[in-house]
Design a protein. Structure first.
Length: 212
């Protein structure tokens, strides 16, 4: 009986350690996915601000000071968006999320191409003029209208998909740990009941032998 209790105790301790280790590792992976999702959302917000700064260039580009101001702001948000998307790609690759890393890398390229398209179009249509007149600004807007939608949607889908993967991973982890806990609980109860039955039988036999 002493050996049985010792073995049962050691098994229970190992099982508890294993369940705890599984929970910690699983939650770390969930946290990594959540951080990736947050970074992608931040990139989407930054890109929206970049697009707004582009609209400010077109709307207020007839003032030299405002044109310079909004072009600088546009460049700042461009760099911020590129940095965030690159960070998502690097983190995803480092953490083993290869598909997400490839999607983020493709978005980095798409973003760079779009920014270049904005800048080249602005330079060509503005020419040597110090400001943007209303007609030129309208022509640029018509030419590039809606060019940002696919990229914004792509970044949003990436963030949503990573977030969904994080939620699914967390639910799977909770289910797995609960199943292992229930299995351990049932096993220990079964062993205890079996041990009590054996002890009861042994005591019964001893009492009969003593009476005899």
């Amino acid at each position: 009986m002493i050996m049985m209790v010792a073995v049962l105790g050691l098994f229970a301790l190992f099982s508890i350690w294993s369940i705890n280790r599984t929970w910690i590792d699983g939650m770390e992976r969930v946290s990594e996915l959540r951080r990736l999702s947050t970074s992608a959302l931040e990139a989407q917000v930054s890109f929206k601000v970049q697009v707004q700064e582009w609209k400010n260039i077109l709307l207020r580009g007839d003032d030299p000071e405002l044109l310079a101001k909004y072009r600088a702001a546009f460049a700042k948000e461009d760099a911020e968006t590129r940095t965030l998307l690159s960070s998502v790609a690097q983190l995803a690759k480092a953490q083993g999320f290869d598909e997400d890393a490839q999607r983020a890398t493709a978005l980095v390229t798409t973003h760079a191409d779009l920014t270049q398209n904005y800048e080249v179009t602005l330079k060509e249509m503005q020419g040597t003029a110090a400001v943007l007149d209303a007609a030129t600004a309208h022509a640029i807007d018509v030419k590039l209208r809606g060019a940002d939608r696919a990229l914004e949607s792509g970044i949003g889908r990436l963030a949503t998909d990573i977030g969904a993967a994080s939620d699914a991973s967390r639910e799977a982890l909770i289910t797995s740990v609960a199943d292992r806990y229930n299995a351990l609980h049932g096993f220990i109860i079964s062993v205890i009941l079996g041990a009590l039955a054996v002890m009861g039988f042994v005591l019964y036999r001893l009492l009969r032998l003593m009476k005899a």
